[in-house]
Design a protein around this ligand. Structure first.
Ligand SMILES: C[S@@+](CC[C@H](N)C(=O)[O-])C[C@H]1O[C@@H](n2cnc3c(N)ncnc32)[C@H](O)[C@@H]1O
Length: 505
């Protein structure tokens, strides 16, 4: 059954969901925090138990579309006074078991709270029934709901306005909805007609216009159009191309190894307007003698800026187990062992020694603007505020890159409010042997600094220029001021790009 994104019926559904108070916080209250966390892990028993005996609209809708359980027709009709069960069936969201008077969920419709600089929103996102609701492995055409990776990319998106955006591989449409808050028009593409129907339905349900859905692979549906923003959570999972290994549309682009992510990164530059920025999640392979980050740098087109952040690297076995389990095959079964073996054979045959996971930002620089090339490993952070942080870091990079050292010395800087300092002393010794600066937000970076840089950062309170502060520190430490400037200023640039320091005005 395909979702049928009908305008009137979607509005009726939105009205019923609103009237029922069907929202993230209300559901979490209804079934409790622990049960809510369990639902996110795919365990719905505790939530079901918490709702037992309740027949109010929130509980009925929570059972039906929050957990994917059947409810009685009478309960469902009462919970959907405007849409009715027949309307929900016409939208493709339920199936009717007429003899038994039961209503079966055909999809999940979950509330999704989201906050950005534009404010807070609560969306309802329809997607396919998950493993818990299906009671087994997912079908290959499964359309994913809002998962951990979706939320990571949504939070990572730069909070920068633009005219047009592309969401490549839109799935249920979450990135498109997110982008539409910042741009006037979003093109959302997918190879799955089912996914595009979910995207249209979710846009109607949440009263979001300006999302144009297009069917097709990679950049084919957009021809030579260019965009101010591109976001893609592509099907990046590396999957062996052998008989008997399922190829899920939502996570597997049908190419060998990391070729799909490579293609997205290689081709995205041609679809960026000047100053345009693409952000993508990705997996990349490590081969004997070739680091994954070097591999990614080979994919970025000439003349483009790149900032690539690798969050973690998994060894082949850990990678295989992660994705075999994700597909719904349970450890301890023969199928699990067989699939893990297929992954290990594929990796061994192609000389893959590990797989990196991270974020890729590609920018088409404006004429005359500074260029950016950063490939780094950063393991920390991730809870919130990635997008604004990254936007600030990018702006600081661009500004600092236009300053020579004298200009930088004339700049007034301020230490970010989330930065703390840790000093480690050998027992009994007065001077620290290690000084660290730690970032509380952003990517939660920790860097080791020497006493001069620690003193400078501590003194950056938005008052005196950096050069004046460095000269005073040189005097106190009885070292040559010019030498200290030359030593410290490159590191000040790095502290600006990583968000430890910011320009005062
Ligand atoms: C990991 S899901 C991401 C869904 C959604 N954007 C999100 O962030 O949750 C990847 C999506 O890419 C789609 N896809 C797979 N192969 C594709 C291709 N060659 N071109 C475009 N989209 C593709 C899948 O159907 C799926 O909807």
């Amino acid at each position: 059954m395909l979702p049928e994104p009908d305008v009137q019926l979607c509005h009726a559904l939105a009205s019923d969901l609103r009237a029922a108070g069907y929202a993230s916080a209300a559901l979490r209250d209804a079934w409790g925090a622990q049960a809510d966390d369990a639902v996110a892990r795919g365990l719905r028993g505790p939530a079901e138990r918490a709702l037992a005996g309740r027949d109010d609209a929130l509980a009925v809708l929570g059972r039906l579309w929050g957990l994917g359980l059947t409810v009685s027709r009478a309960e469902a009709d009462a919970a959907l006074p405007t849409l009715g069960v027949d309307g929900a069936a016409a939208l493709g969201l339920v199936a009717l078991d007429a003899d038994a008077g039961r209503v079966r969920p055909a999809v999940l419709v979950r509330p999704q709270a989201f906050a950005d600089e534009e404010g807070e929103v609560e969306w309802w996102i329809a997607s396919d029934l998950d493993e818990a609701a299906l009671g087994g492995p997912l079908p290959e055409d499964h359309v994913l709901g809002v998962g951990g990776a979706s939320q990571t990319l949504a939070r990572l998106q730069l909070t920068r306005r633009g005219g047009t955006a592309l969401d490549l591989g839109t799935g249920c449409g979450i990135q498109a909805l997110r982008l539409r808050r910042l741009v006037d028009r979003v093109v959302a593409t997918d190879i799955s007609e089912r996914a595009l129907r979910f995207t249209r339905l979710n846009a109607l349900l949440n009263d979001v216009d300006g999302i144009d859905t297009r069917l097709g692979s990679l950049f084919e549906p957009v021809g030579d159009e260019t965009f101010d923003r591109v976001a893609s959570n592509p099907p990046f999972v590396i999957t062996p191309r052998v008989e008997g290994v399922p190829a899920y549309e939502y996570r597997d682009g049908g190419m060998e190894g990391d070729a799909l992510v490579a293609t997205v990164i290689r081709e995205v530059g041609a679809h960026l307007a000047p100053g345009g920025i693409a952000q993508s999640l990705g997996n990349w392979e490590y081969h004997d003698g070739e680091s994954g980050l070097d591999r990614v740098s080979g994919w970025v087109g000439d003349g483009l800026d790149a900032w690539v952040i690798e969050r973690e690297v998994l060894d082949p076995l850990a990678y295989a187990e992660l994705w075999v389990r994700d597909g719904g095959t349970v450890p301890g079964t023969p199928a699990y062992a067989r699939l893990v073996e297929a992954w290990l054979e594929d990796f061994a045959r192609r000389g893959v020694t590990g797989v990196g996971f991270g974020y890729v930002l590609v920018r088409r620089p404006l004429a005359g603007s500074p260029t950016l090339t950063r490939y780094e490993r950063v393991a920390g952070g991730g809870e919130a505020g990635f997008g604004p942080h990254l936007a600030d870091c990018l702006a600081a990079h661009d500004r600092a890159a236009l300053l020579d050292d004298d200009d930088l010395a004339d700049s007034v800087l301020r230490v970010a409010p989330d930065v703390t300092e840790a000093r480690h002393h050998r027992p009994g010794e007065g001077d620290p042997s290690v000084i660290e600066l730690r970032q509380g937000g952003g990517f939660a970076r920790t860097i080791e600094v020497d006493p001069a840089l620690a003193a400078l950062v501590g003194a950056c309170d938005g008052d005196l220029p950096v050069g004046t502060l460095v000269d005073a520190i040189a005097q106190l430490m009885e070292v040559d001021a010019a030498h200290l400037r030359a030593d410290v200023l490159p590191r000040v640039r790095e502290l600006l790009v990583t968000g430890f320091l910011s320009f005062e005005d």
